[in-house]
Design a protein around this ligand. Sequence first.
Ligand code: G6P
Ligand code: MG
Length: 223
Amino acid sequence: MIRAALFDLDGVIVDTAKYHYLAWRRLAAELGFVFTETDNERLKGVSRMRSLDLLLEAGGFPENSFTATQKEELAARKNAWYVEYISRMTPGEILPGVLPFLAGARADGVRTALGSASRNTGIILDRLEIGTLFDTVVDGTMVTRTKPDPEVFLRCAARLGGIPAGECVVFEDAEAGIEAARAAGMRSVGIGTPQRLKQADLVVPGFGGITWQEIKNQLSTKV
Ligand code: G6P
Ligand code: MG
């Protein structure tokens, strides 16, 4: 039986990847190189500082080109631009089908949680006006280990009153997130393509036209 549905934020509830990309690209431009959308794929689901390392690698900078303090400054500069972009978001940017899907799960008595690596989760939830749709939120300010470590999802389950991992399902668009769900001993639904999210129990392109009951039925046939 599934008693809790845990949702990633970026790429599942809203497409913030485009804003992350704009901000990283702007930083790359200041550093004198072009950061492509293909390079940006590797940053999805990855923490801010790890993302910076991947960006610098894409720019051809040898590993120790910047001190830790300089890297903190670069990440802060990128984040200031990112916050500027997401502060203009509106509820119209919630991805198609998300709201009815969440409503369906809640109507079925399922507890809902948001588990994100983002330290900007609070701003995004406020802008989208969906904070109250989750019984609990665990974000990047509350965990010490980021996905693929299962900490974020285990914390969600604990904060929901200790729901056993086997009774939780995670919705994720990043491979690292699916890995985190598996490491937590939870079921996982990939949002994207089966080619990319091979480890997920089930993969759907998005929430458009898909109901909570359908997902629940499909997962129950896989136990
Ligand atoms: C999510 C996104 C990543 C982002 C990370 C940290 O996992 O998918 O692209 O780097 O959060 O986000 P933040 O808002 O804290 O920089
Ligand atoms: Mg994501």
